[in-house]
Design a protein around this ligand. Sequence first.
Ligand code: SAM
Length: 348
Amino acid sequence: MVPRASVEKTLTLLKQRGLLNSQLKIRSENDFIQIPLSREPFAWELEMIRNDVPDVKLCESEFPERQEKTTKPADLLSDKLPSQLLASLPHAVDFVGDIAVVEMPPELEPHKLAIGDAIMKAHKRVRTVLSKSSPVNGVYRLRTFEIIGGDARTQTVHKEHGCVYHVDLAKAYFSSRLSYEHLRVASLVKENETVVDMFSGVGPFAVLTAKKHASVRVFAVDLNPNAYELLRKNVLVNRVMAKVTPILGDIRQVVNQRLAGVADRVIMNLPEKAIDYVDVACEVLKPEGGVVHYYEFVDTPEPLENARNHFAEALKRTNRRLLRITETRIVRGIAPFKFQVAVDAEIR
Ligand SMILES: C[S@@+](CC[C@H](N)C(=O)[O-])C[C@H]1O[C@@H](n2cnc3c(N)ncnc32)[C@H](O)[C@@H]1O
């Protein structure tokens, strides 16, 4: 149960975790809304949601069924897969435009084409199903995929918060699981700010920031030529050319050459390496300081405290001072007991 004002935020977070039960109808009770869940959330998932929606409450309730019943891939596979394997079906399917992305457990490998087919039948908008075939790695943060259903392609057009993004999942990083984080950061930007998106990918922070604010200047930097080309296209199709400047290059060099001392705010969405670029973030900020959105992958027992401490320690090696940390939040779970954490900090 959540207050009416927090419904949209809560639905985005539940969908990201595959926790929303779309077969049942949402119920409304005075100023509160009850949202049906597909399963009980893990304690850490609940904590993550409470980070953003502190008033969320778990309760038991009866929900009416939707008139048009959606078909689940598991229903379509019940006569094709041994019952013990049905339980291993991927819970979380990521949707990027008309592409569905899944992580296939090894025991389901022999059945992957049937699973791809069932996902396409259950989700009519899906034209391609990809199975992750490597972890995200390398400087460009890419993974490889195997096509297990539909058209053989990795490009699509994805809509997020009213913006349109051309993406190619094999050539430039993009994750629909960061949707809420893109919105959160873009909403914190103030009119007349200059923002440097240090690791912009195809532009979901930069483009949304420009769309949401009448008078901002955004520099969006990426080292990957494919990400840069898609970013340029996304800046054009979303008509934010006057506000966003795409730059191809290594952020350290770009800042040295043309961006030192320009920013009121920097976004450091390279969680596995952002710690090595805290000095660059300090250089890009205006002399009077500004806001840093720092990201890190943490797999230690106190993820929030650890990310805060790592950032504060890295900052001590620069000529800047930490004024205050305004927010620390778990963005998403990456693996059991491994999280992406965001630290928002004011720096002088
Ligand atoms: C995790 S992705 C983030 C993408 C984007 N912020 C988003 O939310 O979709 C990190 C991006 O940083 C880029 N990158 C890695 N090292 C870089 C560097 N030294 N300078 C600029 N970009 C870099 C990669 O090519 C990749 O596109």
